[in-house]
Design a protein. Structure first.
Length: 255
C-alpha cells in the first residue's frame, strides 16, 4: 500500500491570503490529508476565516501558544503580540448575528490537543518536551545538550513549528535549511532521528516571504514555498489600529 501523502502546515497567524494560497498548492500537489501544528491565530487580520478553513480542511490540528493566548490570558508575549491577541479574542467573541458560529470556533480551539503521535512520529507545535512553548532554533546546534535531551524523547521523528524557521535537525546535532537540501527534500531513513520544522504559512522568518509548509510521504519530506499576495495582507493589518504596522512590515521581508 502506498504511503499517505500528507501536508503539514503551521503558524498560519490569521493570514488568510497565505492560507488560501497554500491550500490551493496542497490541492494541486494531490495531497490526501492535512495536519496543522497550531497557531491558527495571532498577529494577522483574519482569525475567524482562518479557523473556518482549518476546521474544514485539516484532519488533525494542534494547539499553538497564540491559540491558547486567545482562549486564556496571554503569557510571555511582547507588547505587539499581546495587543494582537486581545484584538483576536474580540474578533472571535463578536458573532455578527450568528452566535452558533462563534461558539463553534471557540469550541474548536478549546478542544485542540497539544501533541499527536503516530507510531514513532510525533507532531507538536513547539517541541516534544514542551509542546506549546519551547523554541528550537537553528542556532541551538551550538548548545548540543539541549538537542540531545530533545532527541532522547523522540523515537524517530518530530514535526514542529513555532519558530517560523523551516529546516531539519539531525541527531548528529546538525541543522539543514531547505536550501541546503537537494531539491528541498529529506529522507528520514538517512538518519536515526530527526526534528523537522515545517516553517510558517502566515509569517515566515527565514528571509523568504513566501508561505512555507511540508509534504510528508512515507519517509520522504519535501519543503514547499508558495507565493501569495503579501501586500493585500499588509494593507489589512495597516487598516486595523490594534495591529502594529510592524506585523505587516515583517511579512514583506520574511522576518
Amino acid at each position: 500500500m502506498a504511503p499517505v501523502k500528507r501536508a503539514i502546515i503551521s503558524d498560519i497567524h490569521s493570514n488568510l491570503e497565505a492560507l488560501q494560497a497554500v491550500l490551493e498548492d496542497i490541492r494541486q500537489q494531490g495531497v490526501e490529508e492535512i495536519y496543522c501544528l497550531g497557531d491558527i491565530v495571532g498577529y494577522g487580520p483574519n482569525p475567524r476565516e482562518c479557523i473556518d478553513l482549518v476546521m474544514k480542511h485539516c484532519k488533525v490540528c494542534l494547539l499553538g501558544n497564540h491559540d491558547q493566548g486567545a482562549l486564556f490570558d496571554p503569557e510571555g508575549f511582547n507588547v505587539g503580540a499581546e495587543k494582537a491577541i486581545f484584538w483576536t479574542r474580540q474578533q472571535l467573541e463578536e458573532h455578527g448575528g450568528n452566535p452558533a458560529e462563534a461558539y463553534r470556533r471557540w469550541d474548536y480551539l478549546g478542544e485542540r490537543p497539544r501533541i499527536h503521535r503516530e507510531g514513532p512520529i510525533v507532531y507538536v507545535h513547539g517541541s516534544v518536551r514542551n509542546p506549546l512553548n519551547e523554541y528550537v532554533f537553528p542556532e541551538d546546534i551550538y548548545t548540543p545538550a539541549k538537542l540531545q535531551k530533545l532527541f532522547a524523547l523522540i523515537e524517530k521523528c518530530s514535526f514542529q513549528g513555532h519558530t517560523h524557521t523551516p529546516g531539519v535537525f539531525t541527531d548528529s546535532i546538525e541543522f539543514f535549511s531547505p536550501q541546503e537540501l537537494e531539491n528541498g527534500e529529506f529522507d528520514l531513513d538517512s538518519v536515526e532521528k530527526a526534528m523537522i520544522n515545517v516553517g510558517s504559512v502566515g509569517q515566515p522568518r527565514d528571509g523568504d516571504p513566501r508561505a512555507c509548509y511540508v509534504i510528508q510521504e512515507g519517509n520522504r519530506v519535501r519543503f514547499r514555498r508558495v507565493p501569495y499576495d503579501v501586500e493585500k495582507t499588509i494593507e489589512k493589518i495597516y487598516a486595523i489600529p490594534d495591529l502594529d504596522n510592524f506585523l505587516g512590515d515583517r511579512l514583506r521581508d520574511g522576518r
